[in-house]
Design a protein around this ligand. Structure first.
Ligand code: UD1
Length: 361
């Protein structure tokens, strides 16, 4: 079996790491291709170092751009890459533009596509990630679902059968495999924070950052929160906070930092009282770490984290944000257990199914 794994953006690196390691363990012929969607050191290279990922065999250097430019440029580079190296199967992870580009480029060359994190649905078509998820799941030959509700979502869209496999959450595996390193750090203390007495915020999604009203409401909610907040700024969030002239006022109350490397962020998350986020992966990581999460969105594709009580959706409204933080500060949240198959065997289940797929072909 000859497998090409494609990554492009920060959350992809976290998801591909255990799969690359499992392929290596089994001596499988593998290639790692980076589209270059994320290119800053903190957004990309630091993750390769933290996660022991090999240097990519190819880096297409596509960089930023509109959705069409980013997806189209990645497709052109990936088409060449797949033609030259003719993989049996292309593994794509998550829901970013690079995921969509890789799946489209591969399927049009009649190369099998395996989608890791298949079946998540927010029901919100205004999110670019939702469009990417829908398309990728329709054109993939092998669908690896992280949760039972993801399997149900696929079935509702007519995607069912033995090519849909409930493998669990690969992001959880990466976290569990790195937990000893996370615990050995003290990044939160280096930032002057006290364990259990602060909130970690990560807000970067276009629907929150690019809408001035929503971003202002979030900033006001953070400003008046009774719990100190640390917010590592994604480049998009920083740009918009500056453009809307919100950053100076915010910085008087909220500790704003550069984007954090993977292990640093997890250390700050593990020691936080709560998490405020609009990211997908952070909803899952906080769930694994036992830290309550408030998701500042109208919907989530990570429904299971809400169902088990680890996560709550909070409307983008200053008073709602302040009240939700207060409730957690006062201990008003349930205890929960890690979901089924969010363990260290996820990559092993994935590679087992990949081997079956290629053996059948
Ligand atoms: C992408 C994903 C999103 C994911 C996020 C994780 C899509 C549609 N979205 O969003 O699902 O949660 O990654 O971070 O693929 N930039 C830099 N340096 C970088 C990368 C980006 O400065 O290394 C800036 C650029 O100005 C760019 C902007 O950030 O225009 C947004 O980057 P882009 O890759 O388009 O999307 P993200 O917001 O990062």
């Amino acid at each position: 079996m000859n497998v090409t794994c494609v990554v492009g953006a920060r959350p992809n690196f976290v998801k591909i790491a255990p799969i690359m390691a499992e392929l290596a363990k089994r001596g499988t012929d593998r290639r790692l291709v980076h589209t270059g969607q994320h290119y800053d050191f903190e957004m990309s290279a630091s993750f390769f170092a933290d996660l022991d990922l090999p240097k990519p065999d190819a880096d297409l250097g596509i960089g930023s751009g509109t959705h069409a430019v980013q997806t189209g440029t990645a497709m052109m580079g990936l088409e060449k890459e797949f033609q030259q190296n003719t993989p049996d199967v292309v593994v794509v992870v998550g829901d970013v533009n690079s995921t969509l580009a890789a799946a489209l480029a591969a399927v049009k060359l009649h190369i099998k596509v395996a989608h890791v994190e298949a079946g998540y649905r927010s029901g919100d078509f205004s999110m670019p990630e939702e469009v990417n998820r829908l398309v990728v799941d329709q054109i993939s030959q092998l669908l690896f679902a992280p949760t039972p509700d993801a399997v149900e979502n696929l079935a509702k869209e007519g995607v069912a059968g033995e090519h849909v496999v409930f493998v669990g959450n690969v992001m959880a595996e990466t976290l569990l495999r790195n937990l000893h390193k996370v615990k050995a750090r003290a990044n939160y203390a280096e930032l002057g924070l006290t364990a259990g007495e602060y909130a970690l915020a990560t807000i970067h999604r276009a629907e929150n950052t690019d809408d001035e009203c929503r971003l202002r409401a979030i900033c006001e909610g953070f400003h008046y929160s009774s719990v100190p907040i640390v917010w590592p700024l994604h480049p998009r969030a920083k740009k918009k906070l500056e453009e809307f002239k919100l950053i100076d006022d915010l910085a008087t109350r909220v500790k704003l930092t550069e984007p954090m490397a993977y292990l640093d962020l997890l250390n700050v998350m593990a020691n936080a009282r709560l998490v405020l986020t609009d990211s997908g992966g952070v909803q899952e990581e906080s769930c694994m770490l036992g830290v309550p999460c408030l998701t500042l969105r109208d919907n989530t594709e990570r429904r299971l984290t809400v169902d088990i009580g680890a996560n709550r959706l909070v409307p983008i409204d200053r008073r709602e944000i302040i009240a939700a933080v207060e409730r957690i500060k006062n201990g008003k949240y349930p205890a929960w257990r890690a979901p089924e198959k969010w363990d260290i065997e996820v990559s092993s289940r994935i590679v087992d199914a990949l081997s079956l797929l290629t053996a059948r072909a």
